[in-house]
Write a protein that binds this ligand. Structure first.
Ligand code: AMP
Length: 462
């Protein structure tokens, strides 16, 4: 996962981008970067770490100019190192170009190998670099036309911002997996992964950048291109369930309200008599509120989070994640002792988090623990930009609900069904990719690969 942000025509473009990235920090904590332009030269800075640690005043002061783009990264494709941090910045025949990308190009490796056979030299293992090569190789005249020809070659998901010396370009793939929104602040245009960044910089939300739309912003104003055949939309449902910030308005709804609706639906489907509903913070809070309001079972903060550690899951190393659960959460002894508790989380991936939490709740004297999950079992990997691991690491792909319940140590375990998830989102207008739950992938894999082959291929093992 990643977050992207861009601003055109603002005297403090780099500072604005810094603020935007700060609001998008939840989308990736591994590295961050900003590229800016003063119409003639391009400056950039990328580093591993958190936005507020990287962009000190002295670093921002060097990023001069009236337009900028930025990126926060959590590696889903390519390994975790500075070489893969974005924005990628290059100078090619047509001038300077910087690109920041959220998503995952499923056929990037194929194109990369093809280009390498013709002599192209790649500097990173990130799929985004493929787009730069395709832009550079295109025979079209303008950057936007070159980009359009490049995008005709790639498959998978992308929401991206591109900066040249004189223009900002935003593009979203035809299925619209990843979010991308357009805003305005006085005379400046702003593009962001999520609207929560608009709130921070004081920008007005204008609209989504439509799936398949390419938006060119320059001194003449704003111009929209829709070069692709119109397709059914496939918004990533996991953005709603887990990834996006609750205060963002996305795909036509506020994320928080969706999470509450999922919790209400979960309550209707899986009611159990209990003394309290407690969320696994922060990911389970919205659904737990919905569950509590629907059932009348009191909502309690039975688990307290230490806010000074990063997301546990987000650390790529397994050893850190195991340790991380205890670093991050503690249970409230007095609240949980002797109580029948409904514990709510948004999803189970490997089940290591839930297992440790349940053990802790039992140690502190909880009488009954009923685990409820506000999404269906996560049984399939994502190839479109969410870091859902391969099936071998997803507990729900090889274990029954009963077995998972046993592993967790809960009294009962229930998930939301796919049908109920659809109902909670409003059955009539279901325009989502739910491949991580259903195994129904909205686009064909390259070379007609089967799922097993695609898993190996996407990990670079085939
Ligand atoms: P696990 O211990 O592996 O079952 O992790 C489950 C927790 O990770 C849940 O609390 C989710 O909110 C969170 N989670 C689910 N999917 C992801 C993801 N792709 N990236 C980061 N965190 C996730």
């Amino acid at each position: 996962m990643c977050g992207i942000f861009g601003v055109f025509n603002h005297k403090d473009a780099a500072n604005m981008t810094y603020l935007g990235l700060h609001a998008l920090q939840h989308r990736g904590q591994e590295s961050a970067g900003i590229a800016s332009t003063d119409d003639y030269t391009m400056k950039s800075h990328r580093e591993m770490g958190l936005v507020s640690d990287i962009f000190r005043a002295n670093v921002l002061a060097k990023l001069e100019g009236g337009s900028a783009i930025g990126h926060v990264r959590y590696s889903t494709s390519g390994s975790s190192n500075l070489g893969n941090a974005q924005p990628l910045v290059v100078e090619y025949a047509k001038g300077n170009l910087a690109i920041a990308h959220n998503g995952n190009l499923t056929n990037a490796r194929i194109i990369q190998e093809e280009l390498q056979n013709y002599g192209s030299i790649f500097q990173s293992t990130s799929d985004t670099e493929v787009i730069i090569h395709l832009i550079a190789l295109s025979h079209e005249d303008s950057t936007v036309e070159r980009l359009i020809s490049a995008l005709h070659r790639v498959e998978g998901s992308y929401s991206m911002v591109i900066l040249t010396n004189k223009e900002l370009i935003a593009a979203r793939d035809p299925l619209g997996f990843r979010p991308l929104v357009l805003g305005k602040l006085k005379d400046s245009y702003i593009v962001s992964s999520e609207t929560c960044a608009f709130d921070l910089v004081g920008a007005k939300y204008l609209r989504e950048i439509e799936p398949g739309e390419i938006l060119l912003i320059n001194e003449k104003g704003i111009k929209s291109y829709t070069p692709f055949k119109k397709k059914e939309r496939k918004y990533c449902i996991f953005e709603y369930i887990y990834f996006a910030r609750p205060d963002s308005y996305m795909f036509g709804k506020t994320v928080y309200s969706v999470r509450k609706d999922l919790g209400r639906q979960l309550a209707r489907d899986t009611f159990v008599d209990a003394d309290m509903v407690i969320p696994i913070p922060d990911s389970g809070i919205g659904a737990a509120l919905g569950y509590s309001q629907e059932t009348g079972i009191p909502f309690e903060l039975g688990l307290i989070r230490n806010h000074y550690v990063g997301r546990t899951f987000i650390e790529p190393k397994d050893s850190i994640r195991h340790f991380g659960v205890k670093l991050k959460l503690n249970a409230m002894r007095d609240i949980v002792k002797g109580k029948r508790i409904v514990v709510i989380d948004d999803s189970i991936v490997r089940a290591t988090t839930g297992r440790k939490i349940i053990k802790m709740l039992r140690q502190y004297g909880a009488k009954e623990i009923h685990f409820r999950v506000s999404s269906p079992p996560t049984a399939y990997p994502c190839f479109y930009g969410i870091d859902t691991p391969s099936r071998s690491e997803l507990i729900a792909s090889s274990h029954t609900i009963q077995e998972i319940n046993k592993y967790l140590g809960s009294n009962t375990l229930q998930y939301l069904s796919i049908e109920s998830m659809k109902a909670a989102l409003g059955n009539g207008n279901y325009e989502y990719c739910d491949a991580c739950f259903s195994g129904t992938y909205p686009s064909k894999f390259p070379w007609g690969m089967e799922l097993g082959q695609m898993e190996l291929f996407s990990r670079g093992e085939k």
